[in-house]
Design a protein around this ligand. Structure first.
Ligand SMILES: NC(=O)c1ccc[n+]([C@@H]2O[C@H](COP(=O)([O-])OP(=O)(O)OC[C@H]3O[C@@H](n4cnc5c(N)ncnc54)[C@H](OP(=O)(O)O)[C@@H]3O)[C@@H](O)[C@H]2O)c1
Length: 246
């Protein structure tokens, strides 16, 4: 489906069909953005979200495959011709201890970091550097900072996301492009749906606000970084109910 181009700013959100990504799309749509809704498998949810945000377009790609990322960037060019905000939200976690995890599982875990790195490079080159403006918001995680038993590779990947934020922010400070991370704590989404009730209660007891967060509470911060926050650069903003403050 080809949408007509408008003067609206364009936000591209990866892994947007559900959870934190979908909440980001809804918040950014309310802020006046046209949405590039990226998904991999969750096509029905992505289509439903497009109906809700009204002004946007769908993009399917597996971020593990650079060719699919190239194709996605070409489609964004054709659909919108610009990207003002990129939210790197797609993610997955293999929940295995150091001793359980096999080396090929480690390679699977790190595909999102590599894909994110490549997508940032492509979006910068194709749009933001030419525009001399743009905002990149990377979704990392509190566990990149606290560590987390049973998620060694995931914590390494998310620490890599924050390192990407800090280094690219330093490279692009004088190019009008802001790069920041949002590090959620424990948020109620499909990613945390399988946590047994007893473990969930244990987690909530450790959180000063006494509960897990909602996707909308992360999206609120993403919306702020996308539309205001003009003097925030290379930062990691923690959204975790007080679990960790940096
Ligand atoms: N929930 C939490 O407690 C929590 C805490 C800290 C950080 N985070 C981070 O927040 C982000 C959003 O997570 P969520 O909780 O909203 O989980 P979610 O509902 O599982 O969403 C993650 C999305 O990432 C997409 N994705 C996964 N692998 C992909 C790949 N190879 N290529 C393209 N897309 C891929 C999936 O798309 P499809 O469904 O279309 O395949 C999925 O919709 C993730 O980066 C996660 O690590 C979550």
């Amino acid at each position: 489906m080809h949408e007509e181009r408008t003067d609206k700013p364009v936000a591209l959100v990866t892994g947007a069909a559900k959870g934190i990504g979908a909440a980001c799309c809804l918040a950014l749509a309310r802020e006046g953005f046209r949405l590039g809704i990226h998904y991999r498998r969750s096509m029905e949810e992505a289509e439903e979200l497009l109906r809700e945000v009204q002004d946007g377009f769908l993009l399917r790609a597996d971020l593990a495959d650079p060719d699919q990322i190239d194709d996605m960037v070409r489609r964004v060019s054709a659909e919108a011709g610009r990207v003002d905000v990129l939210v790197n939200n797609a993610g997955m976690s293999i929940n295995q201890t150091m001793m359980q995890m096999k080396i090929d599982q480690f390679d699977t875990q790190r595909t999102i970091l590599k894909g994110t790195w490549y997508l940032v490079k492509r979006i910068l080159r194709t749009f933001m550097l030419r525009q001399s403006s743009g905002r990149i918001i990377n979704i990392s995680s509190v566990v990149a900072h606290t560590g987390h038993a049973g998620q060694v590779a995931y914590t390494m990947e998310k620490a890599g996301v924050d390192a990407l934020t800090k280094s690219v922010a330093q490279e692009l400070g004088d190019r009008g492009i802001l790069v920041n991370s949002v590090a959620p704590g424990f948020i109620q989404t499909d990613m945390t749906a399988d946590i047994p009730d007893q473990v969930r209660e244990g987690i909530s007891e450790k959180i000063p606000l006494g509960r897990m967060g909602r996707p909308e509470e992360v999206a609120d911060v993403v919306r702020f970084l996308a539309s205001r926050g003009s003097y925030i650069q290379g930062s990691v903003i923690h959204v975790n109910g007080g679990l960790y403050s940096g």
